[in-house]
Design a protein around this ligand. Structure first.
Ligand code: NAD
Length: 332
């Protein structure tokens, strides 16, 4: 008998979470949006009131052992997209809390799923390209591949590595299949915090006519929020065996190219955005071919992603709903 899908998205009120929930609602799949936070402000930026009404919201702490089991039982969850985590600056500021949320929280998700193998048919979690240091790239080609050894230089990257290892053991010892995806620089409405959020925040600054500094240079792999949400849903449904881990593909671009794309879409902002600082401490050439196992994944080129993001933000602005504070800019 075909399974009637019911998705649980953890960290659902975050950036990727909001786009994942939107994807599920638009295709008509029931979804429970779980988060420590209670204000679905990022979802409101990208979803209509009717779409929001279709979401079941649940609030709690993923690091509490009973939270996920209770949610799986109460809502008969069949697929899990696990995104809840603290990003690099927050892990750096409070490593014990980072370990509790990012590692213990993830083990709680896996443990609850392992105890319900007949019920949970898909589990995907967000790892990160931060499991690698820039020096982990192949000296000859400059690329990192899915199976390369990573030597992360942040607690955050080490926590993500621990999650990948725990996923492997849950498969080997518990028969729980999972897919871990490693995004790099997610870009789009709702990307208002974290190390690599600056290119998105720069668009908001451009639209409100403020100077803005992007604190890193060089190139990175950009992943458009809408693509990322859709990809996590596809991965949850992949039905693949094993503890799979895939680098996530996207649009490789120089920060300067992105600034040029922003200036093309918001010409009145020419000269407002400056690029300073070193390149990001991660590889910028990513072999993401392994993720082809998930099917044809959406990749919006960075120029279109910038244009679509500008359009969405302009719409909010036209309705008096573009509050710079809400997009990670300081008060004027
Ligand atoms: N954004 C990126 O570029 C990027 C890159 C690589 C990996 N990732 C990973 O993708 C996932 C989602 O990232 P994002 O950009 O949406 O982050 P985000 O910071 O926007 O969202 C994370 C969400 O997790 C929630 N959360 C934090 N602590 C929690 C707890 N104890 N219990 C329940 N919920 C809690 C937060 O309230 C927030 O809504 C994370 O695992 C992140 O590490 C993101």
């Amino acid at each position: 008998m075909p399974v009637t899908e019911r998705f649980l998205v953890t960290g659902a009120l975050g950036c990727i979470g909001a786009w994942t929930v939107r994807e599920l609602v638009r295709e008509g799949t029931p979804v429970v949006a779980f988060d420590l936070a209670a204000d679905p402000r990022r979802l409101r930026l990208i979803m209509s009131p009717d779409e929001l009404d279709a979401v079941t919201f649940a609030t709690g702490d993923i690091a509490e052992a009973s939270t996920i089991p209770d949610l799986l039982d109460e809502h008969g969850i069949t697929h899990i997209v696990h995104l809840a985590a603290l990003q690099i600056p927050f892990c750096r500021a409070d490593p014990p809390l980072g370990a509790r949320v990012n590692v213990v929280g993830t083990v709680n998700v896996f443990e609850a799923a392992r105890r319900r193998l007949d019920q949970v048919h898909g589990l995907v979690y967000a790892s990160s390209i931060a499991v690698f240091d820039a020096a982990d790239a192949d000296a000859r080609t400059g690329y990192v591949a899915d199976g390369d050894a990573g030597h992360p230089t942040t607690h955050y990257g080490v926590y993500k590595q621990a999650n990948e290892g725990n996923a492997r053991v849950y498969w080997q010892e518990g028969g729980l299949a999972s897919v871990g995806l490693r995004p790099m620089t997610v870009f789009g409405v709702g990307r208002d915090q974290g190390l690599t959020s600056a290119p998105t925040r720069a668009i908001v600054a451009a639209l409100v006519g403020r100077p803005f500094e992007i604190g890193f240079s060089g190139r990175t792999l950009f992943q458009y929020t809408a693509d990322v949400g859709r990809t996590f849903v596809m991965a949850a449904r992949s039905g693949l065996d094993g503890a799979r881990i895939f680098n996530l593909g996207g649009s490789n671009a120089a920060i300067a190219e992105v600034v040029a794309a922003i200036e093309a879409a918001v010409p009145e902002a020419a000269g407002l955005i400056r690029i300073t600082g070193d390149p990001l401490p991660f590889p910028d050439r990513i072999d993401a071919s392994g993720a082809d196992a998930l099917g044809p994944l959406p990749v919006t080129p960075i120029g279109s992603a910038v244009a679509q993001t500008v359009d969405l933000l302009r719409e909010l602005q036209a309705n008096g709903r573009l509050d710079p504070l809400e997009h990670g800019l300081p008060a004027a």
